[in-house]
Design a protein. Structure first.
Length: 270
């Protein structure tokens, strides 16, 4: 009798372990990774969706803020591309998703002047922006320029795996004091750059990319280590990439591969 009871207990234990294992890992449906895009501009995100589906076995849901459910934990990765006002409800859902173990990838104007009205979002990202009329390092947008994305971590999985860089550029890191160094780079033509995203979280961020641009109005050269980074957010991970003003930015194969690498990156990867 005792052996029968032990046998039943072993079967129950094995079933529990199997259930636990099969419930973990990236959210997938028929081996396709489930992705979500939360955005208010369809053009660039339609291009991103089209390009990603050609290279990745994935299903991609596109939702406006009004359509966003209260819980999005079933998605393996969530992209945020909100240009205008972000509601407090959306802010809470996205922050909750990241802190409870999700991968949240913020693109371009996901960290821009409109986010000054979302203090919890800025606290999560560890970014502060000074007013446009501030006398020292104000928030500024430089339009219609060539955006050069500088790879500051050439050996990192996200920046290197299957990524082909077609430029080299001498770059002076904004983490002074520094010396100019030659780095791999890719370029985006006739697009937009954000200046002076101030970090407020010390060394919490893993900075992957800097940017180089020339202000077409003044001729001034700008180089800042703000083009791409990631950091831990509770149990999850938060990523930010600044390129993406134009839909064509997401047709750049190197940039697209960098975003795809974030899907597969794990904390143990270098």
């Amino acid at each position: 009798m005792k052996r029968k009871i032990q046998g039943v207990l072993y079967i129950c234990l094995a079933f529990t372990v199997l259930l636990f294992l099969t419930s973990k890992g990236p959210a997938k449906t028929d081996n396709a990774t489930r992705l979500l895009i939360v955005a208010d501009e369809q053009g660039p995100m339609n291009v991103l969706t089209e390009e990603m589906k050609q290279r990745e076995a994935c299903t991609i849901a596109y939702l406006d803020q009004k359509e966003l459910p209260d819980r999005i934990a079933e998605y393996a990765v969530v992209f945020m591309y909100i240009h205008g006002a972000m509601t407090e409800r959306t802010e809470k859902i996205l922050i909750d998703y990241a802190r409870k173990g999700g991968k949240l990838i913020i693109l371009h104007h996901g960290i821009a002047s409109a986010r000054m009205n979302n203090p919890a979002w800025l606290q999560l990202t560890g970014v502060h922006m000074l007013p446009r009329d501030h006398p020292q390092r104000p928030w500024k947008v430089i339009p219609n320029t060539t955006y050069t994305l500088i790879n500051l971590q050439p050996d990192h999985f996200i920046t290197s795996y299957n990524v082909n860089y077609d430029h080299q550029m001498k770059y002076l890191s904004s983490d002074a004091p520094s010396l100019p160094v030659q780095y791999p780079a890719i370029q985006f033509q006739n697009t937009e750059v954000f200046l002076n995203q101030h970090f407020t979280d010390g060394r919490a961020k893993h900075v992957l990319f800097g940017f180089h641009c020339v202000d077409p109005e003044t001729g001034q050269v700008h180089m800042q280590d703000r083009a791409g980074w990631y950091k831990q957010a509770g149990k999850g991970w938060l990523f930010y990439f600044q390129p993406g003003h134009r839909a064509e930015d997401f047709r750049n194969p190197a940039y697209l591969q960098i975003l795809l690498n974030c899907l597969h990156w794990m904390p143990d990867d270098s």
